[in-house]
Design a protein around this ligand. Sequence first.
Ligand code: ZN
Length: 301
Amino acid sequence: MLSHKIIQFLTVGSITLIATGGSLSLTRLLHKDSFNNPSLFAQSADKKSPAANLQNVALNASKEDIPKQFQGQTIYQAKLPITDKVIALTFDDGPGPKNTTQVLEILKKNNIKATFFLVGEMVSFHPQIVKQIAADGHVLGNHTWHHWYRRMDVATAASEINRTADIIYKLTGVKTTLFRPPGGFLHNGLVDYAKSQKYAIMMWSDESGDSQRRGQAASLIKNVEKSAKPGGIILMHDGGGNRSRTVKALPQIIADLRAKGYKFVTIPELLEMQTQTKNVVTAESSITTNDTHPNHQLHNQ
Ligand SMILES: [Zn+2]
């Protein structure tokens, strides 16, 4: 009886997946293939692998696309088996005039794609750097126009998010699907609007602590090493002030995580992986929507 129920559950689960997967189901398979094949996985979309070509031509998929189940949800990390050692580096508050370029160089040298949450006003000051981030194959996310923390009405929240989305699109052709609220504040009106626009609200699970005044590069390295976990999202900053500590720590952070067996992915790739494994890991919804997560108080920039 029990096994019958399990089979029934799995069957229903599969049907649901197929039914809701829609046009993304092939993308998911391609992602899975890429993940199982490390050499494919390391390639950027502009390399001419058959899978990448198929994905781009047949589905017109963008690297910013996220599975439907995450739209309008608040996410702190992907729920993956502990054996899936993948992790996402994220950089906030840029583009910065100096540090963003340095971060890009380090990422390129290490063949890593990351996710950048851009401040619209900064984008307007440094359009060429944003074009470079996109050209290097990184994922672009929305971090509002002014980086305000205060409570705002719907029209202001809409303007903060839409202006940023518009300038990113104008410069790069990228339609952003990821939103990170400044300061991690979830209740000042921005997140409500972002959810209404189907953005995934991307929080973080691992703090580098690089927005804290205290601490040297060594403490950033230690912070990441302590909190890194499979499916984790690491918070760092390439803008909003002098981020030379972040630039200094980043190569060692990468080396340490690699030594532990981690691969680096973008947030959409991380979410994609969760959809591949969710029936294995958790029968219940594995999306975190805990708005009282303590991390938001620590994010000061
Ligand atoms: Zn920020």
